[in-house]
Write a protein that binds this ligand. Structure first.
Ligand code: ZN
Length: 201
């Protein structure tokens, strides 16, 4: 499946001159929510991710997503896996399981994001699930920014990756962008001005 093509078609993979959340500059930017704007497209991606997970024979009872970014991907993946879908959300700075959602002792939970960069939010979600007595058995995201190692790809995870090495991480595609500090950015040197697409309404 041409995952990058699907992202481009959805205007979810932008090309230009961007400021990433890290402050670094890049000529590419993933606007993850855009790829899920079209429910049919979201279903195609989630079905493909579910197939990868099913092939691994890992048993999953529930998909849990960190709000807000992970909710749609998590829901779609849960539909494709025919399991329950829940989400954790940030309240007063820390992630919580609210709205009557519960997990039971020993329940096998997959943490799902739309995109994994360093995996920080996914790990916060995993911590709560584990504290509640359930077991995090896998991580998944549609897109991987290339810091973490996904199943089936033989790379060494970068030091920024927060996901544990002993739990599988499934993703459809690596999106590894060239990044520059503002001082070293070749696009800035040509006089181009970087924009921050994430903050534009
Ligand atoms: Zn720049």
């Amino acid at each position: 499946m041409d995952v990058e093509g699907i992202y481009k078609e959805a205007n979810a993979l932008l090309e230009g001159h961007f400021i990433l959340s890290s402050g670094n500059h890049s000529n590419r930017y993933l606007q993850s929510a855009k790829v899920l704007e079209e429910p049919k497209r979201a279903a195609i991606l989630a079905d493909a991710l579910a197939e990868m997970i099913k092939k691994s024979d890992i048993e999953i009872d529930t998909v849990c997503a960190p709000a807000l970014g992970g909710i749609l991907a998590g829901y779609e993946l849960a539909r494709a896996l025919e399991v329950r879908s829940i989400f954790v959300e940030r309240k007063d700075g820390s992630m919580e399981l609210r709205r009557g959602f519960e997990v039971s002792k020993g329940e096998k939970v997959l943490i799902c994001e739309d995109i994994i960069t360093t995996g920080g939010s996914a790990m916060e979600a995993a911590k709560i699930i584990n504290e509640l007595g359930a077991e995090v058995v896998a991580f998944a995201s549609l897109a991987n920014r290339g810091f973490c190692k996904r199943e089936g790809v033989d790379i060494t995870p970068k030091k920024e990756c927060k996901l544990p090495q002993d739990i599988p991480f499934f993703a459809l595609e690596d999106f590894t962008f060239e990044m520059y500090t503002p001082d070293e950015c070749p696009m800035c040197k040509t006089g181009s001005k970087a924009i921050k697409p994430g903050s534009r309404s």
